[in-house]
Design a protein around this ligand. Structure first.
Ligand SMILES: Nc1nc2c(c(=O)[nH]1)N[C@H]1C(S)=C(S)[C@@H](COP(=O)(O)OP(=O)(O)OC[C@H]3O[C@@H](n4cnc5c(=O)[nH]c(N)nc54)[C@H](O)[C@@H]3O)O[C@H]1N2
Ligand SMILES: Nc1nc2c(c(=O)[nH]1)N[C@H]1C(S)=C(S)[C@@H](COP(=O)(O)OP(=O)(O)OC[C@H]3O[C@@H](n4cnc5c(=O)[nH]c(N)nc54)[C@H](O)[C@@H]3O)O[C@H]1N2
Ligand code: SF4
Ligand SMILES: [Mo]
Length: 693
């Protein structure tokens, strides 16, 4: 049978064979028009999850510090009673909600979370988006009029790809669903094109690129401003001119930023940058792509804005081989709000909401600071914020003091171990699958739906059913009027399949679920096609959003620093904060080591394998050093997703691993988007005893 891997953004098609009702083999589906048979080793973890005796299958309630199994009805009733009581006493905003990353890979959760969230009626909504892609969403909202109107690199047809702060060879592509991205990058070079990687670490992707440019973390914005200035001095004519507004304001914004100035702060030769700009503009087709490394830094949104401007000014937007808008069978643009900004602010730091959410960097303080509307309870759906968000141990201490914590998760992780109630959904292969979000971000248009390939041994709800079970119980406890409660009952009755069918029929290809079921490998809907100006959700593309212009002073006043700067890292065999216990993914034991350049190691008197103490403004960790000539001098790298505080049932062998988010700070955000600045963290490093001692 066929399905899609829900573990990362690549959407690989899978072929699963069973023997005696158990998974025998998981292979890549060669006939999948997008993934063409590709899969990575993480896909095999789906079998481990499926068969894992430690995966939760029944609700757990904590009584006297111990978890006990309770029935689903009991669990919903307890959750509703506790949440309603806390909200009556302390106000609606006293319950916070965190939506973790796996939600975006789970159609059952996506289709029901809004209903659930409405019953909570809290302004304290948070998600992984504000430790990730908020800069993209802010830029899309301000420039194109919808938070998900994000142009995607057309890497299948480009001759010139610049990757700034992304490592698709390991991440398998992000905000660019591109299974088998390694071969696609190789193809660019094979057809005579060029791939340039700009990163403080000579990453796995950089090693496959035509050019690698090392950059000082957090300084990309200066290079981009100088490149945009250069592009404005030599304008390319194209349809963008009549589609855009704000050119003069953009020109004034970038005017102070020369390549010479950028060189002082980025550490890159001015001539190298200027030549790259000329080559980019001259290429037959080209696209500039910026990902995590440029988003999760103090100028994250400004970087993503200037990247858009650079693509537009060199006439790359909406053109084959450039940055194009996908056309999925269900448009997220119609399904989700276009976004809004600043309708309310966080209580303590007064940070503005975006699209109904507050930055997760302010969650801990909302729990800590006493007063009206203080957060007293937390609901976490598919996430592990103690490990994934800035200054995790601070958040952990605050969570321990809450009146009630509810986690929807099939594992006990560093966060859910502190829950009062844990509600486990079915395993990934036991739920229906359609990629609502990632078809909107894919390099080629396809559509694919699968009924759940496996059935749980005992009756168990999926995430959507849990969210609706909670919503209905809370609505009842809150004594919602009958009409509103019937609305929820109707939504629950619709379920995933009916809702998808409805949305597919309304979509641009007028498809149906029946049609998709007949094409189990997926339907090829063709390459991305030009869609401007019709796809815009505002009259013209705004090249100079007011909020971005208003931040000019901060940029102008930023000076070079000499501190050691910490950046993140991902590994092909790792998936954010979970799957650490899957045997075939945990072969390498030094995965959480801190990578450091040989020069820095010599200067600090460190040898390979030695442990060091790393201190930042927020905290201190002790890590093993791995000397690597891939690191630029002055930069060190520690991956996120590890910790030494895992629950015994979920931790894996990384007992001496540390969470990099002990070093990141809740204060460090990109003020325009509110996104956490997880990269470019200033740190102090001291040697502990040598490995041979
Ligand atoms: N320092 C630093 N921090 C980072 C990052 C970084 O680069 N550096 N990256 C950030 C990014 S991009 C992201 S997206 C976040 C991710 O961080 P989170 O939002 O916390 O997401 P995960 O770590 O993937 O969450 C894992 C939990 O979800 C559960 N889970 C998995 N699938 C499902 C499901 O279908 N349903 C339910 N209910 N639960 C499920 C797992 O059992 C596990 O306990 O981390 C961020 N944190
Ligand atoms: N194997 C695996 N795949 C994953 C995940 C995973 O955990 N494991 N997570 C998934 C998720 S949730 C996401 S969001 C994506 C992320 O996908 P990517 O963004 O492709 O992944 P990262 O590895 O975080 O790449 C960030 C790169 O930015 C560099 N960098 C850091 N700071 C700077 C800087 O200041 N400037 C520049 N130019 N570069 C910088 C880092 O060295 C790193 O190489 O990956 C997804 N895929
Ligand atoms: S690349 Fe991503 S989608 Fe493909 S098999 Fe690996 S984890 Fe799954
Ligand atoms: Mo992410």
């Amino acid at each position: 049978m066929f399905t899609t891997c829900p573990l990362c953004e690549a959407m690989c098609g899978l072929e699963i064979t069973l023997k005696d009702h158990r998974i025998d083999e998981i292979r890549g589906d060669k006939q999948d028009p997008l993934s063409r048979g590709h899969l990575c080793p993480k896909a095999l973890a789906l079998k481990t999850i499926q068969e894992d005796p430690n995966r939760l299958k029944q609700p757990l309630l904590k009584r006297d510090g111990q978890f006990e199994v309770v029935s689903w009805d009991e669990a919903y009733a307890i959750a509703a009673e506790r949440i309603t009581k806390i909200q009556r006493q302390h106000g609606n905003d006293s319950v916070a909600l965190y939506l973790g990353n796996p939600n975006v890979h789970n159609v059952t959760a996506l289709l029901n979370v809004r209903e659930f969230s409405r019953t909570l009626k809290t302004k304290n909504r948070y998600s992984a988006s504000s430790v990730d892609q908020w800069p993209h969403q802010h830029v899309a909202y301000e420039m194109y009029g919808h938070q998900f109107l994000v142009p995607i690199p057309d890497i299948n047809r480009t001759q010139f790809l610049v990757i700034m702060g992304g490592n698709p060879l390991v991440s398998n592509g992000s905000m660019m669903s591109a299974p088998d991205v390694g071969n696609r990058i190789k193809d660019i070079r094979n057809r005579g094109g060029r791939v340039v990687v700009i990163d403080p670490r000579r990453s796995e992707t950089a090693k496959k690129a035509s050019d690698y440019i090392a950059i000082r973390p957090g300084t990309d914005v200066f290079m981009l401003a100088a490149l945009v200035r250069q592009a404005l001095e030599n304008p390319t004519s194209g349809p963008w001119q009549s589609l855009c507004m704000g050119l003069d304001q953009l020109r004034s914004f970038v005017a102070p930023f020369s390549f010479e100035r950028a060189s002082q702060i980025t550490g890159i030769d001015a001539d190298v940058m200027a030549q790259l700009g000329r080559d980019f503009a001259a290429a037959e087709t080209a696209v500039w792509y910026g990902r995590m490394g440029v988003s999760t830094q103090a100028f994250g949104a400004t970087c993503q804005w200037l990247i858009q401007c650079l693509n537009i000014l060199t006439n790359r937007l909406d053109r084959p081989g450039g940055a194009m808008f996908p056309k999925p069978a269900i448009s997220v643009l119609d399904l989700l709000s276009k976004g809004h900004h600043g309708r309310w602010h966080s209580r303590v730091r007064k940070l503005p909401e975006f699209a109904g959410e507050l930055p997760v960097a302010c969650l801990a303080e909302e729990m800590e600071v006493e007063g009206p509307d203080q957060v007293k309870a937390l609901v976490v759906a598919a996430g592990n914020p103690v490990v994934s968000t800035p200054h995790g141990s601070r958040l952990e201490s605050a969570i321990k003091k809450l009146d009630f914590t509810l986690c929807i998760d099939f594992y006990l992780n560093e966060t859910s171990r502190h829950a009062d109630l844990v509600l486990p959904p079915v395993a990934p292969l036991e739920r229906d699958h359609y990629d609502l979000i990632f078809h909107q971000l894919a390099i080629h248009n396809t559509a694919k739906y699968h009924d759940a390939p496996l059935i749980p041994a005992a009756k168990q709800p999926d995430d959507g059913q849990i969210l609706m079970g909670l919503a209905r119980a809370i609505a009842k406890a809150k004594k919602w009027p009958l009409k509103k409660r019937l609305g929820l009952a109707f939504h629950a009755w619709m379920g995933t399949k009916r809702m998808l069918n409805w949305a597919l029929k309304r979509g641009p290809y007028r498809l149906s679920l029946k049609q998709l079921k007949k094409t189990p490998h997926g339907l090829d809907l063709g390459p991305m096609t030009p869609q401007l100006p019709d796809i815009l959700r505002r009259p013209k593309i705004q090249l100079a959003p007011e909020r971005f212009l208003a931040d000019a002073k901060r940029l102008q006043e930023t000076q070079p620093t000499t501190s050691m700067l910490l950046v993140g890292r991902r590994h092909l065999l790792q998936n954010n904060s979970w799957l650490r216990h899957v045997p075939h993914l945990t072969k390498q034991t030094d995965r959480s080591a801190m990578h450091m350049s040989p020069k820095d190691a010599t200067r600090l008197g460190l040898v390979d394998g030695q442990r060091a103490r790393v201190t930042s403004e927020s905290g201190m960790v002790e890590v093993a050093i791995a000397i690597s000539d891939a690191m630029a001098e002055g930069t060190v790298s520690i991956p996120h997703g590890y910790s030494n505080r895992a629950h015994p049932d979920s931790g894996g062998p990384f007992s001496d691993a540390v969470s990099v988010n002990e070093l990141t700070s809740c204060k460090a955000i990109d003020p325009i988007s509110g996104n956490a600045a997880l990269n470019g963290v200033p740190v102090r490093i001291e040697a502990l005893q040598a490995a041979s001692d």
